[in-house]
Ligand binder design. Structure first.
Ligand SMILES: Cc1cc2nc3c(=O)[nH]c(=O)nc-3n(C[C@H](O)[C@H](O)[C@H](O)COP(=O)(O)OP(=O)(O)OC[C@H]3O[C@@H](n4cnc5c(N)ncnc54)[C@H](O)[C@@H]3O)c2cc1C
Length: 351
């Protein structure tokens, strides 16, 4: 039986990422819960990071990723880095060698598995927030349009409201999407038939070799909830959008309607990661799952939302393994009973 001092010490080790200071050569077998708090097994890191001193931004070792995701689930990252600027990102990419790397936006379409993510996780949550003033120009048709350069860390909701202030239309329906622009580009996020891919002029990224490269729109292609890059995606740091001038009250009205529609239909007060499944051809995943009576079904503390059947909610302390078991169960039920194979929309990362 552990005494109180040891329990507190173990919680501290598990949550503060101090594992390596205790020179953990082998897997430490922690109890699964201590004082009612769930803690995660800390493993010896499989990688070493001798280049970390070159980074100017914040570095946290063994950081639990759950608080960085909207569904509040996920084990630790070996190393979580908040780069200060693009040079930090280049330093990481040029020095990391074969170490795996994962880019985290706002974590709103993400399920991090319970053992976490090995290697380096870069979070753009606190950087690349700049939006330049729109540059207006007139098309041959006489219509006014504007180009805006936006940092990848800017939230979509803020960007939509910013564009509305200049009476720019094209992204008003994306106002309720809680992620960052970088995440929205990777996911080709969209709502009500509008997608971020429709308004992109170019995307600037740091390539896996650490070079800064701007890809023009014609070098990208856009699918339902996926942008296709000519090669691996790299890390998006900025994009240029082209929007058309519209009627400001109409744009504002569309945003208001969109936000109130979402508040009524989506479980916004409970941790979730947005739509779990892509809509199958000619139907919606939510309607399909609800029609099979699966609303409200739970595995452990993960449940299909009562409000919207394409959302899985974390009812408190849910694990990634509970969420994935629920996902697999829904997929099997839907296939067995309708023949339709539901594909996941969320990104599942880690081990
Ligand atoms: C309540 C709710 C409602 C939602 N509604 C919608 C909706 O209507 N439509 C919709 O499309 N989505 C919706 N989503 C899902 C989600 O908000 C979007 O997919 C969003 O664009 C993800 O952005 P993010 O910054 O959170 O990305 P994350 O979830 O952090 O990451 C998603 C993917 O993008 C990658 N990524 C993130 N940033 C970068 C970057 N800078 N460079 C390279 N890769 C990067 C990650 O590695 C990961 O593969 C909703 C989510 C929630 C919680």
């Amino acid at each position: 039986m552990l005494n109180e001092a040891w329990k507190r010490r173990l919680i501290h080790i598990a949550h503060s990422g101090m594992g390596n200071e205790f020179n953990l050569k082998t897997r430490m077998e922690y109890p699964k819960t201590v004082l009612g708090q769930k803690i995660y097994q800390s493993k010896t890191m499989s990688y070493s990071f001798p280049w970390l001193h070159k980074i100017k931004g914040t570095i946290i070792k063994n950081e639990i990723l759950a608080p960085y995701t909207s569904i509040q689930i996920g084990g630790p990252a070996d190393i979580l880095i908040f780069p200060e600027d693009v040079r930090d990102i280049q330093t990481i990419l040029k020095n990391k060698g074969s170490q795996p790397l994962f880019t985290l936006g706002e974590g709103t379409n993400l399920l991090v598995r319970d053992q976490g993510i090995r290697g380096v996780v870069i979070s753009l949550k606190d950087s690349f927030k700049e939006i330049k003033r729109p540059l207006f120009f007139r098309k041959k048709t006489g219509k006014r349009r504007a180009a805006i350069k936006v940092g990848a860390g800017v939230k979509m909701s803020y960007l939509a409201k910013f564009a509305a202030r200049y009476s720019l239309t094209g992204i008003e329906y994306l106002v309720g999407i809680p992620g960052s622009l970088g995440g929205a580009i990777i996911m080709n996020a969209g709502a009500e038939g509008a997608e971020i891919g429709q308004v992109l002029r170019s995307v600037t990224r740091v390539t896996p070799d650490g070079d800064i490269q701007t890809l023009k729109r014609k070098e990208l292609s856009f699918e339902y909830r996926k942008t296709i890059f000519p090669d691996s995606e790299g890390i998006i740091i900025e994009a240029e959008l082209e929007l058309e001038e519209g009627d400001r009250p109409e744009i504002q009205n569309a945003m208001d309607q969109q936000l109130s529609h979402r508040a009524q239909r989506q479980p916004l007060t409970v941790p979730n990661s947005g739509s779990i499944f892509k809509n199958p051809e000619g139907d919606t995943a939510g309607r399909l799952i609800e029609s099979l009576g699966l609303k409200g079904l739970t595995v452990g503390n993960a449940g299909i939302s009562i409000k919207h059947a394409n959302f899985i909610v974390n009812k408190g302390g849910a694990t990634a393994s509970e969420v994935t078991r629920l996902i697999e169960h829904v997929q099997k039920e839907v296939t067995d009973r309708t023949g339709i194979k539901l594909q996941t929309e969320i990104v599942i990362a880690g081990e």
